[in-house]
Design a protein around this ligand. Structure first.
Ligand code: LLP
Length: 396
C-alpha cells in the first residue's frame, strides 16, 4: 500500500474542490461519509464508453442510494435496479421513469409487487415459480400487463466471499433450468404475464472475468432455446458484480477491468439481437466514498494498540461481515514513528473493527482517520445499533 498514492488522492480531492479535509472534518465534528461526485460521474461515463454495442445500464442503487449519486445516474441516462418497494419509491421520486426501472430480489411482497405493477415498470426479475404465480394473480386483479424476466441460477462459482456469491446452485437466488416446465405452465395460465427476457447476477466483488463469461454462455443458450420456442424475449440482463481493488488505490487498474469485462462479454454476444442490460453497483461508486472518523482514545495494552474512533461497524460493517479490507489513513501525518493499531469503533462488540494491525505514524487523540473505498455498501448498511446516530454525509 502506498501512503504516497493515497496522499496524492487526498491532495487531489482537496485541491480540486478547494477543501481541506482536516478543516472539513473538524467542521463536521462527527463521523461522516464523503462522496466525490465528480469522480463517480467520470466512472459512469467510462463504464458506458467501454462498450461498443448499445447497452442499458441499470445502476444497482442498493450500493449507494444517496440522492446526489442517483441524480448523476439519471443525468447520465442510466436506469436503476431496485430491490424493494422503498428503493422503487425513491427512484420514482427522484425522477426515474418506470421504463428505467427493473426490480430484483427474492422476497417481493404483495404490496411491493402491486406498486411495481401499477407503475408498469420495465421489468420484474422473477426469482421463483411462486413469485411468478403471485405476479400473475396480482396483474389479473389489477388488470395490467406484467413484464417479467426469469432470473436464472447458472450454477457458477465466483471467487468472492461466500456471503456474496449468488449464482451458485446452493444460493437462494435464481432458478435452475429444471424450473422451466413449471414456469411455462404459469405463463400459460396468465395472459397478463409477458416474458420480456432472462436475467442473472452471479455475485459481488468479483475480479475475474471468467465466471461472468461462463454464466453468460449458459444464459445465452437458454435465451436462444426459449426464443426458438416462440417466447418473445428481448432483454438479456447480466447483472452486476464487477469488483474494485481494495488492496491499493488503482483506478487505472479498475478501468482496465471494466474494459476487459466489456470486451469479453461483447465477444460472447456477437450476433445477439436483443437488449443487453447491466446492473453495476460497486464498480461505479465504491472507490469514491470515504468514511471519516475521529480518534477518541488511544489505548495501549501490553499486546496491542487500539485507535478507538467515533465510528465503527455501526457505520461500515464490511470488515466484520465479510472480513473486507478497507485502507485507512490518518488525515495528518504528524510523526515519522510508525506504530500498528487496531482501528476500532465504540460499539459493544469485539467484532467492531474497521481494520486490524494498521501501521500509522503515531496517532493521538483528536486525529482524524479516513477509511477508503467506502462508497458502496457503506452508508446503506449502516445502523443505529447501540442507539448511535447514523453517519452524516458530505458530497464534494
Ligand atoms: N444486481 C443484483 C440482483 C444484485 O443483487 C446486486 C448486488 C447487484 C446487481 C450489484 O452488484 P455489484 O455490482 O455492486 O457487485 N453488501 C455486500 C455486497 C452485496 C451485493 C448484493 N447484490 C458488500 O458489501 O460487499
Amino acid at each position: 500500500m502506498s501512503l504516497e498514492y493515497i496522499n496524492q488522492e487526498l491532495h487531489l480531492i482537496q485541491k480540486s474542490k478547494k477543501h481541506n479535509l482536516q478543516v472539513l472534518a473538524q467542521r463536521v465534528g462527527e463521523a461522516f461519509y464523503l462522496y466525490n461526485l465528480e469522480a463517480i460521474k467520470n466512472r459512469v461515463d467510462f463504464f458506458k464508453a467501454s462498450f461498443q454495442r448499445n447497452i442499458r445500464v441499470h445502476y444497482a442503487m442498493k450500493a449507494n442510494n444517496h440522492p446526489d449519486i442517483l441524480k448523476i445516474m439519471l443525468k447520465a441516462g442510466l436506469g436503476v435496479d431496485v430491490v424493494s418497494g422503498g428503493e422503487l419509491k425513491e427512484a420514482l421520486d427522484l425522477g426515474f421513469t418506470p421504463q428505467q426501472i427493473i426490480y430484483s430480489g427474492v422476497g417481493k411482497t404483495v404490496k411491493e409487487l402491486e406498486l411495481a405493477l401499477n407503475k408498469s415498470i420495465a421489468q420484474i426479475n422473477v426469482e421463483s415459480p411462486q413469485e411468478l404465480q403471485r405476479i400473475g394473480e396480482l396483474a389479473r386483479k389489477l388488470k395490467v400487463e406484467a413484464k417479467v424476466a426469469w432470473r436464472m441460477n447458472p450454477d457458477v462459482k465466483a471467487e468472492t466471499h461466500p456471503y456474496i456469491t449468488t449464482g451458485f446452485r446452493d444460493n437462494k437466488f435464481g432458478m435452475d433450468k429444471s424450473f422451466f416446465p413449471t414456469l411455462k405452465n404459469i405463463m400459460k395460465e396468465y395472459s397478463e404475464l409477458k416474458l420480456v427476457g432472462l436475467t442473472l447476477h452471479i455475485g459481488s466483488q468479483i475480479r475475474q472475468i471468467e465466471p461472468f463469461v461462463e454464466a453468460l454462455q449458459k444464459i445465452l443458450q437458454d435465451f436462444n432455446n426459449l426464443k426458438a420456442e416462440g417466447y418473445p424475449l428481448q432483454t438479456l440482463d447480466v447483472g452486476g458484480g464487477l469488483g474494485i481493488n481494495y488492496d491499493k488505490l488503482d483506478l487505472p487498474g479498475d478501468e482496465k477491468k471494466i474494459q476487459e469485462y466489456a470486451r469479453q462479454m461483447e465477444q460472447q454476444l456477437k450476433g445477439f439481437q436483443g437488449d443487453l442490460l447491466l446492473e453495476p453497483g460497486r464498480i461505479l461508486v465504491g472507490s469514491f466514498g470515504y468514511l471519516l472518523g475521529e480518534v477518541q482514545y488511544i489505548k495501549r495494552s501490553p499486546w496491542k494498540n487500539f485507535a478507538i474512533l467515533n465510528t465503527g461497524m455501526n457505520h461500515l460493517i464490511r470488515q466484520p461481515l465479510y472480513q473486507a479490507h478497507h485502507r485507512i489513513q490518518p488525515l495528518i501525518q504528524r510523526s515519522e514513528n510508525i506504530e500498528a493499531y487496531d482501528v476500532v469503533g465504540p460499539i459493544c462488540e469485539s467484532a467492531d473493527v474497521l481494520g486490524f494491525d494498521r501501521p500509522f505514524p503515531k496517532l493521538q487523540q483528536g486525529d482524524w482517520l479516513i477509511v477508503e473505498d467506502a462508497g458502496a455498501y457503506g452508508h446503506v448498511m449502516a445502523s443505529t445499533y447501540n442507539s448511535h446516530a447514523l453517519p452524516r454525509i458530505v458530497t464534494i
